[in-house]
Structure formats: C-alpha cells, structure tokens
Design a protein. Structure first.
Length: 105
C-alpha cells in the first residue's frame, strides 16, 4: 500500500470528495459546487486523489466525470483490521471492568 493513499486521505476535503463519489460518478463542476473553495483548489484535490489511484476520471464530451476507485480503500481496510481487533479487545476489557465495578457497589 502506497504512502500516497494515506497522504491523500489525510485531507478532510479529499475525504469529502471520496464520500461524494461513493454515491456515483460526478463531474468536476458538480463536485466543486459542494465546497466553499475555488474550482482550481478542488481540481488540485482531485489530482492528488487520481495520483493515489483513489479516483479515475473519464472524459465524456466536454465534461470529465470522476469515479471512485475502491481497491486502495479496501487495502487500507485490510491494513487497519488488526488494529480494529486490538481496540475491540481493549473496549471489551474496559466494559468487563466497568460491569464488575457496578456489581461490587
């Protein structure tokens, strides 16, 4: 898994773009309309997402449609899975301690 993916995901604006694209392909103009930043700024965020292979663009006539590419996100999920188990075990231990503490009262 590339560091580019994590760097791309570090930006709240880029995460929001991915959320919007999860609903289906959208034009750059439609995506830009969802933000209070300039269109060139949104275009730069899309460029970073493209470089990380998180989105692909498809020219259709005079418009360019952006599509979510889920494979890199699945790899991030696979990488995070062991940490999820770690935190689930920690939370279960904490819940057991709290439950035991309530029983002792």
């Amino acid at each position: 898994m590339s560091d580019e993916v994590f760097l791309a995901l570090a930006s709240p604006a880029r995460r929001r773009l991915l959320e919007l694209l999860a609903d289906g392909p959208r034009t750059a103009g439609d995506l830009a309309a969802q933000f209070e930043m300039s269109r060139p700024s949104v275009a730069e965020h899309l460029k970073i997402l493209r470089q990380a292979s998180l989105v692909r663009d498809e020219p259709v006539g005079r418009q360019r449609f952006y599509h979510l590419e889920p494979a890199p996100l699945a790899r991030v999920g696979d990488w995070l899975h062991p940490f999820e188990r770690f935190w689930r075990e920690r939370l279960r231990t904490m819940a057991d301690l709290l439950e035991n503490e309530e029983e002792d009262r």
